[in-house]
Design a protein around this ligand. Sequence first.
Ligand code: 5RP
Length: 230
Amino acid sequence: MTAMTQAELKAAAAQQAAQLVQPGMVLGVGTGSTVAYLIAALARRRAAGLNLAAVVTTSNRSKTQLAAVGFKVSPLAEVAQVDLTIDGSDRVAPNLDGIKGGGGALTLEKNVAVNSKRVVWIVDESKVVPRLGGFPLPVEVLPISCEQNFRRFGQEGLQPQYRLTPAGQRYVTHYGNYIIDLAIDPIPAPHGLAAYLDQLPGVVEHGLFLDICDEVIIAHRDGQIESRQK
Ligand code: 5RP
């Protein structure tokens, strides 16, 4: 069998995850190129009669795509709880901890995820790592104290870099904040680093998603689709 392309792998994982969606659910839909295939698969299920109680999402990009295929998107604040959230991830460790935020949507992604009964990630096999790392760790910071936090990260050996747009400007999140990417690889103590970042004034959110994911659907190049569950 010919090895599948990365795009085909993303589509295959998304297609499998779309089958987990049940009528009447409050569904959380994440962000990214893999999730774009999920939305396409959900559109096909909607055309075949799938009705959902509500849909929330984690970015304006996904909101636009969902609206274009006929889903009404509710703000997270308007739903009591999300039944199932399906999202992509940048890296996944064997215990299903992950790094997210490559698309800059980490704050809403984490808020939707922790308010979900079940969280499923869809990835191609390149995202699966033996130890958390292999991808810069995004930290969303308030502009008012970003320079202090940037210096602090440098002093701690966390190798900070401001995320930039293709035009060389600082990337600005949905919430008007900056992202500092930390080039630590591998991350020696993810829970310790998360606790450190969680208590720093000016840090809005970070891309360590620990003890959040319940299932990861991995598309392998040989065509196998694997489900790993907590
Ligand atoms: C966005 C994310 C995405 O889920 C992550 O970057 C994966 O994206 P893709 O499916 O395009 O590889 O965390 O903030």
